[in-house]
Ligand binder design. Structure first.
Ligand code: ADP
Ligand code: G6P
Length: 483
């Protein structure tokens, strides 16, 4: 029976290695959390990197890791220290990531990083070719592996290849800046179906293909000399029921069963019932607009002093790509801004920003979603932003409000959120005021519409729609070849 394999730089599990102890933990990030819910249904493997430096591992340790991951149907692609530096931190996260998020001033153009990117993409493709058979389907994910579709297709044309980009695809005027733009497009065009979160990214991609390659394009079909390719928008969803069930479980826990975090959150409300919590959750990434959000929160406290002592922002920043300089600078900036706000406004019995720089277990994440009155989601650019959808699913009481950046892909599906421009700190402050003073009936009305929509297009629907379309392209290819 033909199988479907997933290929992504990150596996759904990362390795926690302390002394001799090796443990699997869930990876953070939209791609890993989303795809983890579906990949086991497809009967294939997930091919990716364990997150560790292979130079640091003894053979025995590598074998143990491979076997632990193997039990989860994962196949590891090892990366050496230099490959991590040049392929992962370098070309993926210092070149493509900033460029595709429109941070052109951060883009690094080191040719050696490009060379290693090609080499590592080839390693991923070789691993896929080893694992899959003619007739199988391979679904390649994200910007770290843009060359892999073509590398698979050129060796095994009988394998059906899908590709999904989890970040924005920038406008042609930005994409064209890259010296390696032709090669990257060629790599992506190895796929039979290319998926993007929203129509705008799809449109930008098609426009780059048209201008750089001049291929004939009919709506969302690209006609190459020997094949046709389809391009479409698939807004990624979440495992909705998982969040509803987890949130329901937490609500029904007795006081003794509750986590320390949950008990502290309840204490905060007990101290003064009119208190409110605002939630901010992201990987610590410059695309997420965290400094602007903090400044906006400071503006809010200045402009609406009646909320001092009553509103706390819980800021959860998950460590991410900490070896890349721009992330280190951001960490310093955020630390300083949190200190400034707490120093300027804090009181003995009230801390304006509770700041956690760490990853939290799933249970705590749900407690935060369930306890916070407002989700403040203000990325400067974001392919989708699943946190917004997870917040909606976890609000089983039907209350809560969302302040949402118009620059996040998810804003296209969330007309009921309070939309803001993430650069406009005054607008964010006013939106926060609006969210905190929104009547409960209105909160419920908006939340109900959001919940219906997000529930309907879950991660399972998203994945099955993509895979069905991929199968249809396969049939289309056969018709095209028969002509
Ligand atoms: P990105 O993919 O850019 O990181 P998303 O908002 O799309 O942004 O996805 C983030 C994912 O990471 C979500 O599924 C969220 O549940 C998960 N996540 C975020 N913070 C944490 C955390 N502290 N602990 C565990 N998972 C987290
Ligand atoms: C985003 C990217 C993913 C990536 C994740 C976490 O969601 O689209 O490809 O896995 O961030 O980043 P990391 O560099 O830790 O894998």
């Amino acid at each position: 029976m033909s199988k479907l394999h997933i290929v992504a730089n990150r596996l759904p599990y990362s390795i926690k290695k302390e002394d001799d102890e090796i443990e699997l933990i869930a990876s953070v990030g939209g791609l890993a959390t989303g795809m983890k819910s579906v990949y086991e249904d497809y009967g294939g493997k997930w091919i990716g990197w364990s997150g560790l430096n292979s130079d640091d591992l003894e053979e025995k340790e590598s074998q143990k890791i491979d076997s632990l991951l193997g039990e989860k149907n994962c196949v590891t692609v090892p990366l050496s220290e230099n490959e991590i530096l040049e392929y992962y931190e370098g070309f993926s996260n210092k070149t493509i990531w900033p460029l595709f998020h429109y941070f052109t001033q951060y883009v690094d153009y080191t040719p050696a990083n490009w060379e290693t990117y090609k080499k590592v993409n080839q390693r991923f493709a070789d691993k896929v070719l080893e694992v899959c058979e003619e007739g199988d389907t391979v679904w390649v994910h994200d910007y770290q592996l843009l060359l892999v579709p073509e590398m698979i297709k050129s060796k095994k044309p009988g394998v059906t290849v899908g590709f999904f980009l989890h970040i924005p695809f920038p406008s042609y005027e930005v994409f064209r800046i890259l010296p390696w733009r032709m090669e990257l497009l060629k790599g992506m065009l190895g796929a039979d179906l290319l998926g993007f979160h929203i129509y705008d990214y799809e449109r930008h991609f098609i426009s780059s293909v048209r201008r750089l390659y001049g291929y004939e394009i009919n709506f969302n079909q690209i006609n190459l000399e020997d094949r046709v390719i389809k391009v479409d928008a698939y807004p990624m969803g979440i495992d909705y029921d998982k969040f509803v069930n987890a949130s329901t479980d937490i609500m029904h826990k007795s006081i003794h069963e509750r986590s320390d975090l949950h008990k502290e959150l309840e204490k905060y409300f007990l101290m003064a019932p009119q208190r409110r919590l605002v939630l901010s959750i992201d990987r610590l990434d410059y695309s997420k607009g965290i400094p602007q959000r903090l400044k906006a929160f400071g503006n809010f406290l200045r402009k609406y002093p009646e909320f001092r002592g009553k509103v706390t922002m819980i800021m959860l920043a998950v460590p991410s790509r900490g070896h890349v300089e721009e992330y280190q600078k951001l960490k310093k900036e955020v630390d300083e801004l949190v200190g400034n706000i707490n120093g300027e406004f804090g009181k003995v019995n009230w801390v304006p920003v509770w700041y956690f720089y760490r990853s939290l277990p799933f249970e705590n994440l749900i407690e935060l979603y369930a306890s916070c009155d407002v989700a403040l989601i203000t990325p400067l650019r974001d392919g989708m932003n699943l946190v917004a959808k997870e917040y909606v699913a976890s609000r089983i009481t039907g209350t809560g409000a969302i302040v949402l950046s118009e620059m996040a892909g998810v804003s296209k599906e969330m007309g009921e959120a309070i939309t803001i421009n993430p650069i406009n700190e005054d607008e964010i402050a006013d939106a926060l005021y609006k969210a905190l003073t929104m009547p409960v009936d209105e909160q419920k009305e908006r939340m109900q519409l959001l919940q219906h929509r997000i529930q309907r297009y879950s991660i399972f629907k998203w994945a099955s729609e993509f895979v069905n379309d991929l199968n249809k392209v396969k049939e289309l290819q056969q018709e095209f070849l028969a002509k």
